[in-house]
Design a binder for this molecule. Structure first.
Ligand code: NAD
Length: 483
């Protein structure tokens, strides 16, 4: 495809320009292994400039806008995202290897985030509090000020949509540091936001490496809130940096989400979700339901049904729009293949694999989807986030055992429970440790309205839904003694 803008430019204070040091990062198409363009390599100086621009914007037109007007700007952005969905999806597909259909879903979801947060901007209210005689007490919800947004490569549009949307709804200004591996769609998003009427300096975008632009942003004393989505290792560094400056941080980290299938489950209804956990976005999803925890009575039937589907899975270039595209990079491909090899060498049984089509170029980052069966729940492949199209099936006998397995990792992001038994549905929802529990579904179609976040090593704080707006604002209590 021909890209319609200069991808090396970064956005600071409403001005597109080269990164300060003039350096760039190569963008590789994971479907072919070929370079497609370059992006700017933002430096600490660029971050300084971006934070200064975001500070200035707080005191300009944006700071004076009513919540309703802010909401209208966000709604306009949403409309323009929809108008540009084709280009956004094509860019994402080129950049990270997502099959086109899946990239389009992400563009639609980003538009929906802006629509939802546009509509909610003027609906966040404080309270009046009954207090002592002679007092009137009320609370206000105010913006933090300059907010930092660091996003990963797996869902750039969805993740930027949710955190930028929430932050803007509450009147903050933003500095966005996209992943060095996935930034093209977000550069276009920033251009769309400008066109939709977002005032200059409200959204600044500085692409670059995590250790450079990312670290400079999280350490910056001008930042009043950090929203980080990424790995546990980097999350720890971000939390330390936030601690140094005593600023609030939301950490949306990894997962190893279970889908628990009881004997009485509607297996036909469950199958698309069980499969989706492994193959959607080639398994590169924080909330991917990659641990299939299946009760003994349904176990063989489930393995047989998943085997049949795995063996039909086609892997190919993003533009072929098959079940599974390449992984985001050669590095990610090697990491995932190392996990598969480790499992096989350690004696695990491969139940089924998908296949690579003849169209897969040699230098693309393709991995065969792989389903392991009879995996002990303490095994490395059942404990660690693989971030590729690999699933493990773990058998269990009793409800208590299912709970122990579900809660038996250091993560707690999402859990799916498949059962027709109403009592069991309630017991499982309470017993399982995760930020979201889905009963007889998994993910509820993404639901931007649904608060999302982890416990344990999956992080803390909530994004998505109305709940996120509390995180993106500061509560102020006003107590007036009027006698
Ligand atoms: P990553 O942690 O390597 O990178 C995430 C972002 O952090 C990138 O923009 C990167 O440049 C930046 N970064 C790297 N080092 C930094 C530093 N020292 N200081 C500041 N920023 C730095 O993660 P990734 O590989 O891009 O993404 C995959 C991970 O993200 C997985 O663990 C996945 O589960 C997680 N994830 C979580 C959610 C969620 O909502 N919980 C959503 C998507 C992805």
């Amino acid at each position: 495809m021909t890209i319609s803008f200069d991808t090396t430019q970064i956005l600071i204070g409403g001005r597109w320009r080269a990164a300060g040091n003039g350096e760039t990062i190569d963008v590789i198409n994971p479907s072919t292994g070929e370079e497609v363009c370059k992006i700017g390599r933002g430096s600490a100086q660029d971050i300084d400039d971006a934070v200064a621009a975001a500070e200035a914007a707080l005191n300009g037109e944006w700071g004076k806008m009513s919540a309703t007007e802010r909401g209208r700007v966000l709604s306009n952005i949403s409309v323009k995202i929809k108008e540009n969905e084709d280009e956004l999806a094509a860019l994402e597909s080129l950049d990270v290897g997502k099959p086109l259909k899946q990239a389009r879903t992400d563009a639609t979801a980003m538009a929906r985030y802006l629509e939802f947060y546009g509509g909610s901007a003027d609906k966040v209210m404080g309270h009046t509090i009954p207090y002592a005689d002679g007092y009137t007490v009320y609370t206000l919800r105010e913006p933090h000020g300059v907010t930092a947004h660091i996003v990963p490569w797996n869902y750039p549009m969805q993740i930027a949509g949710r955190c930028i949307g929430g932050a803007l709804a509450m009147g903050n200004t933003c500095v966005l540091k996209p992943s060095e591996d996935a930034c093209l769609s977000l550069l276009l998003f920033a251009r769309i936001a400008e066109e939709a009427g977002l005032p200059k300096g409200v959204l600044n975008v500085v692409p670059g490496y995590g250790a450079e632009a990312g670290a400079a942003l999280t350490a910056h004393t001008g930042v009043q809130h950090i929203s980080f989505t990424g790995s546990v290792g980097v999350g720890k560094m971000v939390q330390k940096a936030a601690g140094e400056n005593i600023v609030p941080v939301t950490l949306e980290l990894g997962g190893k989400s279970p889908q628990i299938v009881f004997d009485d489950a509607d297996i036909e209804a469950a199958l698309p979700f069980l499969m989706g956990g492994g193959i959607h976005n080639a398994g590169q999803t924080c909330s991917a339901g990659t641990r299939i925890v299946a009760q003994r009575g349904i176990y063989e039937k489930l393995i047989a049904a998943m085997t049949e589907r795995y063996e039909a899975l086609e892997v190919g270039p993003a533009s072929d729009d098959l079940d599974v595209g390449p992984l985001v990079s050669e590095k990610q491909k090697n990491t995932v293949n190392d996990y598969i090899k480790y499992g096989v060498d350690d004696g695990l049984t491969v139940a089924a694999e998908g296949y690579l089509t003849a169209n897969c170029p040699e230098k693309g980052s393709y991995v065969k989807p792989t389903l392991f069966r009879d995996v002990p729940y303490q095994h490395k492949l059942a404990q660690e986030e693989i971030f590729g199209p690999v699933q493990v099936v773990i058998p269990f006998d009793t409800e208590d055992e299912a709970i122990k397995i579900a809660n038996g990792t250091e993560y707690g992001l999402v859990t799916g429970v498949w059962t027709k038994d109403g009592g069991r549905q309630m017991r499982m929802a309470k017993a399982v440790k995760a930020g979201q529990i889905f009963i007889n579904n998994f993910g509820a179609g993404g639901g931007v309205e649904l608060p999302f976040g982890g416990i344990g090593k999956s992080g803390f704080g909530r994004e998505k839904g109305f709940e996120a707006l509390y995180g993106f604002s500061v509560l102020k209590t006003v107590a007036t003694n009027h006698g």
